[in-house]
Design a protein around this ligand. Sequence first.
Ligand SMILES: [Zn+2]
Length: 306
Amino acid sequence: MAVADGGLRAALVALSVASVLFLHECIHLAIGRLAGIPAAFTGLTSVGIPRADASLYAGWRLALMNGTAPLVTVLAGFVVLHLLARWQNGPERLRFFLSWWAIFGIPYLGLQLMIIVLPVDFSGNGVDSAAVAGYLNAQPWVLAVLSFAGFLWYVRAGRLVLHMIEIADRDAPKIGTDARIAAWRHVAAWGLLVIAFAGAMRFALEAFASRLPGGSLDLPAMLFGWSGACVLWTRWRSFAARGVWSGWLIPGAIGLLALVPLGFIGGGNDFAQLWLLELPPVFAATMLASDQRGIVAFTRPRRGRA
Ligand SMILES: [Zn+2]
């Protein structure tokens, strides 16, 4: 599948991400029912029970219903990564479709850990990890550490996303560049990185104060700060950056934005924000692909690309 097939690529991204989300919800539904909870779809991307009913069911049943789906989602991402590396001759479109399960699932571990400090909820609002932590009665400092570790994983996941792209896209150019990045871009990128990490730290620490981080600007600071730093640190003239940009980032953005209208069905759902959560790791992968040495070398995949 040539990069020129941008429309087809975007459609495959939308289908892939929607399918992994649907499977995730079906796992909530199936495990909930198996555990004796009358779970149901409460929206297009949510499965759970009415908030008032949570006290009717044993904690372990609720934890199982909420915890299994994210575990399987993350696991599926790693399974796809390893299978596609060994299945180089499979149909290209299917490989591209499946690769977005990994691009979704691998950073998803970080996202779920980040939001572990949010209030416990069993209505299927996506805060799966918090529901499990609530059952385990985890200490606030444990939640804070896990939340910050989640952000570190999310940042680091860009390296695995690039690895996935290199496996799925044999034609992607692999030549970075050591062209210099202007001083102002370094300064601005460091500034955004500090804002992102400060947001992650504050988001985590608010668990101690038992205040609800929801509604604050911490999450946007983390996501936009990290993405912005990646954009500034990308050597855009390198072949590799252009390859990831045209073959993955643009189709990914179009596919994810095409899902946004679905996000307003039935009082709002995850489709409205997916682009916000899924694109930063792809920006990170673009940055890492473009670089031969320099500031991001420490996170660069070990595979040679000269
Ligand atoms: Zn879930």
